[in-house]
Design a protein around this ligand. Structure first.
Ligand code: SF4
Length: 88
């Protein structure tokens, strides 16, 4: 026999599983996005400016220490071959 409280408990469990599945999907999605960035060694990233150009002058710069396209911690005074000046 199914009582009213059994039905409610099952509904709560089912909705809990749906929420857990959603959280897992979001976690995988965030991880996939992080992996889409280029490794620092592939763009010859360095911790110092080059020819007066540096990360905080680049369109890909994301303060305080990240880049839209290059993975990892990025120094505002760094540089890489993907440098593209802001406003060009
Ligand atoms: S110079 Fe390279 S690492 Fe620095 S912000 Fe631009 S693209 Fe990113």
């Amino acid at each position: 026999m199914t009582t009213r409280s059994d039905k409610t408990r099952r509904q709560v469990l089912q909705s809990g599983l749906a929420v857990a599945g959603g959280i897992a999907a979001v976690g995988v999605s965030a991880q996939a996005q992080a992996q889409e960035k280029i490794a620092q060694n592939q763009v010859q990233y360095q911790e110092t400016p080059k020819d007066g150009n540096k990360c905080d002058m680049c369109v890909n710069w994301q303060p305080p220490n990240a880049c839209k396209i290059v993975a990892g911690t990025i120094n505002p005074n760094g540089w890489c071959v993907a440098f593209a000046p802001k406003g060009s």
